[in-house]
Ligand binder design. Structure first.
Ligand code: ADP
Ligand code: MG
Length: 691
């Protein structure tokens, strides 16, 4: 296998463009990509024609505008290149217009009231900063999706805007340090966790198929307590899957780098090499799609749900985030010289301020029905946002705040920003705090709260915009200051002191931290609706308006979509559960009861001892009574759900989930006592320890 040759072979990337486009066209396309300049129609026509020629040579017959509507998945509508020319002959055609603008029949995508279905449709617009690629014989063109009145209807557009905001502010701030970068990119490496289970088991479970998670199921005798899965040897079947997945991703220009087992049985992870936020987001969306597709080929089902199985670890997506200049300088690298250190501390302070002031937005960006099962559970960071910087950096911060001396290797150095050197920070990953939701890992931050099924755009919109805002405040203050060094020192000290409460190096899973966080005034929104209702808080609206990311109207629509999505997810779970209980679990348990009863009768007739049979039969019957009653209660509860979207979301959290948990308990009791041959669905131990 020739990896370099395979890599990006299905991508219309820079080297293909350079090869296929006339020099002037290539240059104006590059200007569009690098500086956001508009592309004129003639140029678009030439690019489209080259793209088509390339795609057809790779066997593509169709093209699609590939976009990321508010559903979180990617959407596509395929058109063929087929066209009829003047003489009536069939030709393969693709115009600049078709490349740059599309009109999907998108009236059924969620818009949160922004676009009534009878109105003009939304349109998709080519995003030339992410490369087009071929998937399933189709040329996929990454696009943004908006309404004709200009409101954004997707996840990509705000991400691009937030990338511009942080670039603008970081470039401006760098000038204070005598640097003249043209562009600063947010860089992202998204580590993707997932479960692979046997497809045969998956097919037998309605809950996994319809909701992505098991709604019932008693714990397996063996779970993850032996800690033997993490980095353990990989099953040959899984290894084949990973190899195949790597190759599919490489073809699409996705830098799949590490594949390993995770903590829970059947759980694995894939990490790519980081890229700019836009490409990393597109790549992650494609990665999830490919994981599902490749799994099928290997007789697996890939579960991307945050909590497919109760009692064992769920899946997240670690969003590694840093800032990089067009010259390749990582602004989160502490550097070696005093000036580099000062610049690092400046950016670090901006991030600390941003995360503290907009902790609610970060929490909101990871809120979903699925992720609620994960945040705050034992394996995932809590619902409280805090930052881990490590002991060394923490002591530097302390020293700055307290004007203290810090000593390193018996050498005492007064930390006077701009004139002295930071102690060398260890880059050792081994001792970093796994319980922290937002951890500094040497030259980047790792945000661990996003759920495994999420589109990472939202999280990065929040992060980019909040940090851009902090940088803006700092530059406003420092520009024009007479003595830059002393003003900088004063600012850093003041801001670190002010936002110190967000720093926490201890155990994020502990009960004590919850109490301590409350004392510090940090927010702790346990459930999705608790978090979501703060989305349109005044300070948040002001932030997004200030940086022209969202209008109030767009935010209100997003809030409505998220609340509705939450309610719908729980509604579907409840209905699925009711169906399984009524049509699978109860009938099976009752069949086992009547089997026991009739064998009991035979035994009694033959003068045999029947105590155990009787006891078991009685227990099972009583549980069936309870389960039937609880199922009816759940059904009534779902029917009584209010229609207004916010009340419905809270009703789902307060009422429906509680009833589901009660029903599950009874069902799981029944499972433990029912003859295996009567139980209608695969159990946890069968699913998790497949052979
Ligand atoms: P872990 O031990 O958490 O798996 P890794 O060192 O494997 O950590 O890195 C995790 C991810 O962080 C990878 O996707 C990697 O590409 C990404 N990463 C590394 N440097 C940066 C950076 N400067 N910006 C964004 N992501 C980065
Ligand atoms: Mg990690």
């Amino acid at each position: 296998m020739n990896v370099p040759e395979m890599f990006g072979s299905m991508v219309f990337n820079d080297s293909i463009m350079r090869k296929m486009l006339p020099k002037s066209v290539y240059q104006s396309l590059k200007n569009t990509i690098n500086e956001g300049k508009a592309l004129d129609e003639d140029v678009a026509d030439i690019v489209a024609s080259a793209m088509k020629e390339w795609a057809v040579s790779k066997g593509a017959t169709h093209f699609t505008h590939w976009f990321q509507p508010m559903t979180g998945i990617t959407a596509e509508k395929h058109d063929s290149f087929l066209s009829v020319d003047k003489n009536g002959s069939v030709i393969m055609d693709f115009s600049g217009k078709e490349l740059t603008k599309g009109e999907p029949d998108a009236s059924s995508f969620p818009s949160g009231g922004l676009r009534a279905t009878f109105e003009a449709r939304g349109y998709t617009a080519w995003d030339p900063t992410s490369y087009a690629f071929i998937k399933d014989d189709t040329l996929c063109i990454p696009t943004a999706f908006c309404s004709y009145t200009g409101e954004i209807l997707d996840k990509k557009t705000p991400l691009l805007r937030s990338m511009d905001a942080i670039s603008r502010e970081a470039v401006r701030a760098l000038r204070l340090f005598g640097k003249h970068a043209k562009r600063v990119n947010a860089t992202i490496g998204a580590e993707q966790e997932y479960f692979l289970i046997d497809k045969k088991d998956y097919e037998k479970r309605l809950d996994l198929r319809l909701t992505g998670r098991s709604l019932i199921g008693a714990p397996s005798a063996k779970g993850q307590e032996m800690e033997d899965h993490y980095f353990g040897s990989i099953r040959p079947r899984v290894k084949d899957f990973m190899k195949d997945l790597d190759q599919e991703l490489w073809k699409l220009g996705i830098t799949a780098k590490t594949e390993h087992n995770e903590v829970a049985p059947c759980q694995h992870e894939m990490a790519p090499i980081f890229d700019n936020a836009n490409k990393a987001t597109d790549s992650n969306q494609l990665t999830m799609e490919m994981m599902k597709k490749v799994a099928e080929r290997h007789g697996f089902a890939c579960l991307l749900h945050e909590k497919p199985f109760e009692g064992i670890n769920g899946s997240g997506k670690h969003n590694n985030w840093a800032l990089s200049t067009d010259e390749g300088e990582n602004l989160l690298d502490p550097g070696k010289t005093p000036m580099e250190n000062a610049q690092f501390l400046f950016f670090l302070t901006a991030i600390i301020k941003a995360v503290d002031e907009y902790q609610d937005l970060l929490r909101i960006s990871v809120a979903s029905a699925g992720n609620d099962h994960r945040l705050g559970a034992n394996e995932a960071p809590p619902a409280i946002v805090s930052i881990f910087v490590g002991d060394e950096l923490e002591s530097v911060i302390e020293a700055i705040i307290e004007d203290k001396m810090i000593s390193k290797n018996s050498l005492s150095s007064h930390l006077d920003i701009g004139t002295s050197v930071l102690p060398k920070l260890a880059r050792d990953n081994s001792d970093r705090n796994r319980t922290s939701p937002f951890a500094f890992t040497g030259n980047k931050f790792e945000f661990r709260m996003p759920g495994s099924s999420f589109n990472i755009a939202c999280t990065n919109v929040m992060l980019n915009t909040a940090v851009a805002d902090a940088l803006k405040d700092f530059s406003d203050e420092l520009e024009g200051s007479e003595d830059f060094n002393s003003s900088l020192k004063k600012l850093i000290k003041r801001e670190l002191k002010k936002h110190r409460r967000i720093l926490f190096n201890g155990n994020g899973y502990s009960k004590e931290w919850e109490a301590e966080a409350e004392r510090r005034g940090l927010s702790n929104y346990k459930r999705t609706p608790d978090a979501l209702i703060h989305y349109c808080d005044e300070k948040n609206v002001a932030l997004f308006e200030r940086h022209r990311i969202y209008s109030l109207k767009e935010m209100e629509s997003r809030l409505e979509i998220s609340l509705d999505e939450y309610k719908k997810a729980i509604h579907i779970e409840a209905m699925t559960m009711i169906e399984m209980l009524r049509r699978q679990i109860l009938p099976s348990a009752m069949r086992f009861c009547s089997y026991l009863a009739s064998s009991l009768e035979v035994k009694e007739r033959n003068g045999l001892h029947v105590n155990a049979d009787k006891l078991l039969c009685l227990k099972l019957s009583a549980l069936c009574d309870d389960l039937l009653a609880k199922t009816d209660e759940l059904d009534e509860c779902v029917s009584a759900c209010p229609s207004e979207v916010e009340s419905a979301a809270f009703y789902a959290a307060d009422k429906i989930i509680v009833k589901m948990e009660e029903a599950r308990k009874i069902s799981d009791e029944l499972e433990k006592m029912t003859d295996k041959s009567f139980w209608p669905i695969p159990t946890y131990s069968e699913i998790l320890f497949y052979v």
